[in-house]
Design a protein around this ligand. Structure first.
Ligand code: AMP
Ligand code: ZN
Length: 467
């Protein structure tokens, strides 16, 4: 697979450094509330990348952390009077349930920050020892960005911004900040009263690790000093990933990540998704409106990851139709396969175009298009050729992580309760030879889109439009 790399600004072939397993890290959720569909755009894209590599025969090692201690988790657990551990456990469980609904493969390793305080302290010690970090008068330990010449390469900070950072000698103690806040960033935060009981001992006094550090420490623990790929949403390029590179390269000396994969943000109706705008959706919000997580997944892979995705309710309706259409096509194809045929799975057959699109910078909309045209051609095949095509189709669906709905045939159409009831009353009127009421009810049914045909012992209801 060729994939665009944020650092080199070009599409590069993905190949494992160790020649065997593709080892990659994704920044995971901050567990202080339900994840929204923007977060899931990023997690779904990472899932499709992994599935595509595995479908192509490359084993993977997927590490994704849980941020269970930071400014936000501490703030909100304190506000609710709950222990940080209980609070984050609750939201982690919710996150896992949502991931399962979206058919996301669970990462092979899912470390939490609180479990890795000693590794984070060890990394700070190495940085202090090598002169890349210092303890300030407020008791916190900061990374000195002027000590790392490579700082700013990933996010292309220009020389002026870097100069400002050096000369102003500013420090940032919050976990998140904007580009113009370029500053030495915090590695260890000295204990403050508002942290409650969330502090740990360290060589620099009681406190807790800064957010950027946890990923560097866990990557070192599970992937070593050089690994294949690192990923997150675009908002993480600066400062989070820039800071991770600085910490890890200075403390460990390795190359850190060989490839950077960033997913562009999802917006809603053309606007940034925010609670205050009332356009922030979780999977539960969409379920309430009658849309399944699989329909959401379809929408999320419907746009290329490097383009902004404009989410609308109409796009969910379109996804519903598209999934039903795919399901119908697959069923038609399956009907062509002689019973007892073994499905061969090495080839893609009519789905080669779809597979090629997926491997060309993870072109998921192209892959979906190829799935439809592939099906159109495949349903014309017979016997063994149909069997091979079905196998190719199934591999493609698996690579995209799509699970198709059961196809409901016309004959199996569900009759809504109120229609059934109206038809029953009409039948009773007819039995009572009340022709006036019976005819009026037939008209009412027709206006609701249902035709009724009477027999000797009963009636048949059919949708009048035939759809
Ligand atoms: P967080 O839980 O805020 O740390 O975010 C988890 C992941 O979701 C990170 O990789 C973020 O970059 C990503 N993310 C946050 N908002 C969006 C969005 N609107 N669209 C796509 N990805 C996002
Ligand atoms: Zn991270």
């Amino acid at each position: 697979m060729r994939l665009f790399d944020t650092l080199s600004r070009e599409a590069r072939l993905l190949a494992p450094l160790d020649g065997r397993t593709f080892r990659f890290y994704c920044c995971g959720p901050t567990v202080y509330g339900p994840a929204h569909i923007g977060n899931f755009r990023t997690f779904v894209m990472q899932d499709v990348m992994r599935r595509a590599l595995e479908t192509g025969g490359m084993p993977t090692l997927h590490v994704r952390n849980i941020t269970d201690v930071d400014d936000k988790t501490i703030r909100d657990s304190q506000a609710g009077g709950e222990k940080l551990e209980d609070f984050t456990k609750r939201w982690t469980e919710r996150f896992h349930a949502d991931c399962e609904k979206l058919n996301l493969l669970p990462p092979h390793i899912e470390p939490g920050a609180v479990e890795h305080i000693p590794q984070q302290i060890a990394m700070i010690e190495a940085l202090v020892e090598k002169g890349h970090a210092y303890q300030s008068e407020d008791g916190s330990v900061y990374f000195r960005i002027a000590s790392f010449p490579g700082y700013g390469k990933l996010s292309r900070l220009d020389a002026r911004e870097l100069e400002l950072g050096k000369t102003q000698n500013t420090r940032a103690s919050s976990d998140e900040y904007e580009k113009d806040g370029l500053a030495d960033f915090v590695l260890w935060k000295a204990r403050r009263p508002e942290d409650g009981e969330n502090f740990w001992p360290s060589p620099w006094g009681e406190g807790r690790p800064g957010w950027h550090l946890e990923c560097s420490a866990m990557i070192r623990e599970y992937l070593g000093d050089s690994f294949d790929l690192h990923s997150g949403g675009v908002d993480l390029v600066f400062p989070h990933h820039e800071n991770e590179i600085a910490q890890s390269r200075c403390a460990c000396g390795g190359d850190f990540s060989a490839h950077w994969f960033h997913v562009t943000h999802l917006v809603v109706d053309g606007r940034k998704m925010a609670k205050s705008l009332g356009n922030l959706y979780t999977l539960d919000d969409l379920a309430e409106r009658g849309f399944s997580a699989m329909e959401t997944r379809y929408v999320l892979i419907g746009a290329h990851y490097r383009k902004p995705l404009n989410f609308t309710i109409a796009s969910l309706e379109a996804a519903q139709e598209a999934l039903a259409k795919l399901a119908k096509g697959v069923r038609q194809l399956a009907a062509k396969v002689p019973e007892g045929t073994m499905l061969k799975s090495a080839e893609f057959g009519p789905f080669q175009t779809a597979w090629d699109a997926l491997n060309d910078d993870l072109n998921t909309p192209g892959a979906l298009g190829g799935l439809f045209t592939g099906l159109r051609d495949a349903v014309k095949l017979e016997g063994e050729a149909a069997a091979e095509a079905l196998a190719g189709c199934n591999r493609m669906l698996k690579a995209l992580g799509l699970v198709l709905p059961e196809v409901i045939d016309h004959a199996e159409t569900e009759v809504p309760e109120e229609i059934r009831e109206l038809a029953e009353r009409r039948w009773a009127a007819r039995q009572a030879k009340d022709w006036g009421t019976s005819d009026a009810m037939r008209d009412e049914l027709a206006s609701l889109g249902w035709a009724v045909k009477d027999g000797k012992d009963g009636y048949v209801l059919t949708p009048a439009s035939g759809s």
